[in-house]
Every structure is written in C-alpha cells, then in structure tokens.
Design a protein around this ligand. Structure first.
Ligand code: ASP
Ligand code: MG
Length: 411
C-alpha cells in the first residue's frame, strides 16, 4: 500500500533540505508518493514576478526571475546536479500580456513547484532510487478558476490511479503540490499553501495507508510557538478536531486537507522533518478523544464587516440569503458571524476580494468595517484562561460557548 509524503517549502529551502528529504524517503523504504512545494520562499518571489510583469516593470520582473533561477541553480550545483544537462529550467517568464492577471499568475507561480520537484526527483534518481517525476497539471484536472482552481475528482482520480497502477512503475513518484491543470493543458493553482490539500487528494485517490506532512514544527501544538512560550504537542487527535483547528487558523494543516482523508479513514501524520524519528501528531478517526489542554489558535489578517439595514428593518430574515450570496460570489472566507436585531457582522479573511464585496454589500446595507484584526480561538477554555487572554486586548466582538471562546481583537 502506498504512503504519501508531503514536503513543504521550508523542508526544501536549500541543498541540505533536499538531502534530508532523501534520508526520509530512504527510511520509508516502500511505495511512496512524494508531494513537494516550491523551495523556501519561491512562491512569494514568483508572485512578485507576476506583479512586476503586470505593471509593466519588465526589468524588475526579469531580475526577480533571474534571482529565482539562480537560487535553484545554486542548490542544484550543491547537490552535484548539472543545470542545463540534468535539468533544463524554463528560460523565459511564462507571461502573456494578452491573458488576465490571474491566468498569468497560475502560469508563472506554478513554476516554483515544477522546479523544486525536478530537483528532488533527479537528485533521488542520482542517489540510486527507482523514481519517476510526474507533471501533475496533466493528471490533477481542474476547472479554470485561476488561483483557486476546483479539482475534478473523477477525471483526476482515474488519471492518477492509472499512472500509479501501471506495471513497472518505479517505487517512488515525485510530484508537485499546490498546482493542477485544465483539461486543455493550462496550469492552475489551488490556493496558497495548497500542497497539503494535494497530498490529501492523492492519498484519497490511491487509498493510501497514510499521509504524512513533514513540517518545521514537532507536530500539532496547542499554540503557536512564535507567540506562546510554553507549548505542548498534541500526539493524537480526531479529524473533527483537526478541521476545527485548521478553520480557526492553525497553520499546521490546510483546512481543505482533512475531508479527502476522513472520507476514507486515512490517518494524517504531522511530523518534524528536522527530527524524522519523532512520532509527531496523528489525526485519525478515533484520536484520543477530546484534547485535554487548552488550545490557542490565531487567525490573522481579519476584517470585521458590519451590515445594518438601511431602513432599520430587521436585517436577519430578509437579508441573510443576499449576504451569503455576495459572500460566495466574492469568494470571502468567513471566520465568524454574529447577528443582532438590526445588524449582522461577519469576520472574514482580508483578501483581495474584500473591497468589491463591500461595494456589493453597500448597495443593500449601511456597511462599516474594521480591519487589522485577528481572531483568537481558545478551545478547552476556563474562566481563568479567558480572563487572562482578554487582558489588555481591545476586543471588537466575542463569542463563547462552554468550552470554546472566540474573540476578534485588534492587532
Ligand atoms: N508553494 C505554495 C505556497 O507557498 C504551496 C504550498 O507551499 O503549500 O503557497
Ligand atoms: Mg510554500
């Protein structure tokens, strides 16, 4: 039975990272689907390339592009690979002024994963592995919602199974996270940080034994170690807890990555690539039941939008479907909703879609908003913990149940 391993950008940020991947793959010693993100901060750098291209700053675009290529070439050389011979990198920026920004974004930004996987695959090959590189845009078929493409499960599943079940397929397959392709051959992306989701989909299609996400943290912690000094590892949790954590903003796993695994009861491991023998955390059907330490989760970059009926009518009944329709059409990601007799407030991720959504809402309501906010969720809270957390914070809105407290606070 196959296992799926996913390596994020931090795990392949340099030559040493790639060697470490080799070490982990060697220890797995079995059929492996290896999903890799772009190296280090490459995705951000590629985003800048598209922005420069789109704003006519050709020189800047080119110099950023050259930096990205040089970064990969340096890693290849350190690994003993020959650029231009072992791997031929794309020479020109795949940007076409005739296309929309978002379509160009996908063509350019997807190159990060193409390059990282070529390097990992060729390196493994040179180290004697039986390995194959898959160009996933030809297999993971999506619609053309650029930058947030929706996967066509049926077509993708059969293409990926066919590839995997082929006679004499090498033991290890290396492919890209985060990207897919349309039926007519254009590359797409699945949304930032989408590689976990790819790993989960592949796990589902291949009925994998498990999916492991190798990360730069010991596993799933009860708080962000960059914010809270004392964190503890949660060794085992249920899918449902994991979904809640991810939705509340915990950055360890992408929220979309749970469902494909839960559907088939495939365990998801989160393990530290820096300490590959450590067990990390396991998300599965049973878990160990409720988590017994308070868990703190921050969801950053929030905006709180409050709508008030223009004629002081009751907002709720008449307007809910209108509001949700606007939310859906503008691809807003809702983190919290609260209503009163005449207002409804929604807290959403402050994405590039927000300004237009606000405009649309203004046609129906008096709209006010506050940005630069964060949503803090505390699971397993007690009155004491809550008091402590509130201390000194400007709280815009809060919701508490017996065990969970959520508050929207100023940054
Ligand atoms: N490289 C992509 C990103 O940084 C996808 C990922 O890392 O999951 O967003
Ligand atoms: Mg990344």
């Amino acid at each position: 039975m196959a296992k799926v391993y996913k390596f994020g950008g931090a795990s392949v940020k340099d030559a040493e990272g790639v060697r470490n991947v080799e070490d982990i793959v060697r220890k797995a010693d079995g059929e492996l689907m290896v999903v890799v993100s772009a190296m280090g901060k490459t995705t951000n750098a590629l985003e800048r390339v598209v922005e420069y291209c789109a704003s006519g700053q050709e020189e800047k675009a080119l110099s950023q592009w050259v930096d990205i290529i040089d970064f990969h070439v340096a890693i290849m050389k350190e690994l003993g690979l020959q650029p231009g011979y072992d791997i031929r990198l794309q020479g020109e920026i795949p940007y076409d002024p005739a296309l929309s920004f978002d379509e160009n974004y996908d063509q350019v930004v997807s190159m990060g994963e193409i390059m990282s996987t070529q390097i990992v695959a060729v390196y493994l090959l040179k180290q004697g592995f039986s390995v194959e590189w898959w160009n996933i845009p030809k297999l993971l078929i999506t619609d053309s919602t650029w930058r947030e493409a929706k996967v066509d499960d049926e077509t993708s599943c059969s293409a990926i199974r066919a590839g995997w079940n082929r006679p004499n397929r090498p033991q290890v397959v290396v492919t890209q996270g985060f990207i897919g392709g349309t039926a007519d051959g254009k590359r797409t992306t699945l949304g930032r940080e989408g590689s976990d989701y790819t790993a989960a989909l592949l796990g589902n299609y291949l009925d994998a034994e498990s999916v492991t996400i190798w990360k730069d943290v010991p596993g799933i912690l009860n708080a962000d170690p960059r914010i809270e000094p004392d964190t503890v590892l949660i060794p085992s949790l249920r899918y449902q807890d994991a979904v809640e954590l991810a939705y509340s903003g915990a950055q360890v796993i992408h929220p979309k990555s749970i469902r494909p695994l839960e559907n088939k009861s495939i365990p998801l491991y989160v393990r530290p690539f820096g300490n590959p023998t450590a067990a990390g955390s396991c998300i599965s059907t049973d878990g160990t039941g409720p988590i017994d330490v308070p868990v703190y989760i921050w969801r950053k970059n929030q905006i709180l939008i409050t709508m008030r009926a223009k004629d002081f009518a009751f907002v709720l009944e008449e307007s809910l479907s209108e509001i949700f329709d606007i939310i859906r059409r503008h691809r807003l990601k809702v983190s919290l909703i609260q209503s009163s007799a005449v207002t409804i407030s929604v807290c959403v991720d402050n994405t590039r879609f927000v300004p237009e959504a606000i405009e649309a809402l203004q046609q129906h309501f008096n709209v006010s908003y506050n940005d630069k906010l964060s949503l803090l969720t505390i699971r397993g809270t007690t009155p004491e913990i809550l008091e402590h957390a509130k201390n000194g914070r400007t709280i815009m809105l809060s919701q508490t149940t017996r065990r969970t407290a959520r508050m929207v606070v100023k940054d």
